[in-house]
Write a protein that binds this ligand. Structure first.
Ligand SMILES: Cc1cc2nc3c(=O)[nH]c(=O)nc-3n(C[C@H](O)[C@H](O)[C@H](O)COP(=O)(O)OP(=O)(O)OC[C@H]3O[C@@H](n4cnc5c(N)ncnc54)[C@H](O)[C@@H]3O)c2cc1C
Length: 310
């Protein structure tokens, strides 16, 4: 992992920097590249714009670890409202949640119940719930949450991170259940005893795992994959696999973050590929934004240019 990436990921959890950066106008301007606005209405408007261009959406409210269960219940109420608002607006959007926002750290059973309320509402509103994967300490409880929910409803999917050594085994254990998996490279700072430190290893593993999830054997169980990456080389390679193995569109979607690799997004849409755009909103954007900078440290120069453009 590069020094720039490691530094940015370490800074993403710095409270002093968070408090100062979030009040700074040029940082707020730079953030708007990746986030259409802080309010749910901004996200829904962006989803409808994506829809006009042929893409569907996933909405997520930014927030990190909570300290009280009533905060987790409030997040749940917010997402119930999101599912209603998305339906009312006629947007084709899923919802993505962080387990810690639903109370995973505080009370696992209440967290499970909160998730069930969301899945039940998603069923009523014709939507779908994704569970984000957070730092490695949360993988086991998050997969447990996913399995328990999947036993009740198929309207649930989970993110798995290709940088973790354990993910290949996690996929094999989940495949008989016909899961919906969002495959990502992984956005957190993880030690080398549990995650590949070299980007080339992460990239190679990503392709191997994605091909496994797209394979005939996986599809026979009902497995679906979100190919959640902006990496043109990986997308090209998997596009070749999909054509060669005649993988139907119903088995996969490409998924990208709002504002990242727009030309690649346009190319996928122009060639008729299914594409879903994850749109974030909310006031707690600092750690999330720092992880986006860490993914491409050149973005730091983009932020710096905004300072001189003032
Ligand atoms: C839909 C979706 C959901 C996600 N959910 C999770 C999750 O639940 N848990 C988790 O750990 N991670 C999640 N991630 C983040 C993911 O783990 C990666 O950190 C992120 O996608 C960057 O990796 P990449 O696959 O795009 O490849 P990279 O090799 O990082 O990027 C490939 C190319 O894309 C471009 N690019 C990538 N990121 C940026 C950026 N920030 N700014 C500008 N250009 C960029 C660059 O041109 C780069 O060369 C999610 C990502 C997506 C797309």
């Amino acid at each position: 992992m590069s020094i720039a990436r490691r530094t940015l990921l370490a800074l993403s959890t710095n409270p002093w920097l968070r408090d100062h950066a979030t009040k700074t106008a040029f940082v707020r301007r730079a953030v708007s590249t990746f986030m259409p606005g802080e309010q749910l209405e901004d996200a829904i408007t962006a989803a409808l714009q994506q829809q006009a261009q042929g893409a569907t959406a996933i909405l997520t409210h930014l927030g990190e670890n909570l300290t009280r269960m009533d905060e987790a219940d409030a997040v749940t109420e917010h997402y119930l409202h999101v599912l209603d608002a998305v339906k009312a607006a006629g947007a084709s959007a899923h919802v993505s949640v962080k387990p810690t926002q639903l109370g995973l750290d505080l009370d696992r059973d209440r967290c499970f119940q909160n998730l069930q309320r969301l899945v039940d509402r998603a069923a009523e509103r014709g939507s779908f719930i994704w569970i984000d994967m957070e730092g490695s300490a949360y993988v086991e409880p998050t997969l447990d949450l996913f399995r328990r929910t999947l036993a009740r409803s198929s309207l649930i999917g989970v993110a798995l991170q290709a940088y973790l050594y354990r993910t290949a085994a996690d996929i094999e254990a989940l495949l008989p259940l016909g899961p919906s998996i969002r495959l990502v490279k992984g956005a957190y700072l993880e030690p080398p005893d549990i995650a590949y430190p070299k980007k080339s290893d992460v990239d190679a593993t990503y392709v191997t795992l994605a091909e496994r999830l797209l394979s005939d054997e996986a599809r026979r169980t009902g497995t679906r994959i979100h190919i959640a990456t902006h990496d043109p080389a990986i997308i090209g390679r998997l596009g070749g696999y999909i054509s060669a193995h005649r993988v139907p569109d119903s088995a996969y979607e490409y998924a990208m973050l709002y504002g990242i690799q727009r030309p690649l997004q346009q190319r996928l849409l122009a060639s008729g590929k299914p594409l879903r755009i994850l749109i974030s909103y909310g006031e707690s954007w600092f750690p999330w934004y720092m992880r986006r900078l860490a993914e491409r440290p050149a973005n730091v120069w983009f932020v710096a240019k905004q300072v001189f453009a003032r």
